[in-house]
Design a protein around this ligand. Structure first.
Ligand code: ZN
Length: 81
């Protein structure tokens, strides 16, 4: 989660964002994260940052054979500049 928030922050900085409005993630089948649990963690991590209130688009994979089945992938970040 810390790594993910860092990457979101890096993208926001690179795009000189004033606000992060949306975040899309993909949760691997073995990532041990449900959409609800991810949302909880994201909201905690984003509180008081420019990502607070961002809309989450969460895809939950059930493909246990996927090469990234253990991972949480950041698919896209939408920002306001
Ligand atoms: Zn947790």
């Amino acid at each position: 989660m810390i790594g993910l928030m860092k990457r979101i922050d890096d993208i926001a900085r690179a795009e000189k964002a004033t606000r992060i409005t949306g975040v899309s993630v993909w949760l691997g089948a073995f990532s041990h994260m449900s959409a609800e649990h991810f949302t909880e963690h994201f909201e905690q991590a984003a509180a008081g940052t420019i990502a607070e209130g961002a809309t989450l688009d969460i895809a939950v994979s059930d493909d246990t054979a996927h090469a990234n089945a253990q991972d949480i992938l950041l698919e896209s970040v939408e920002v306001e500049t």
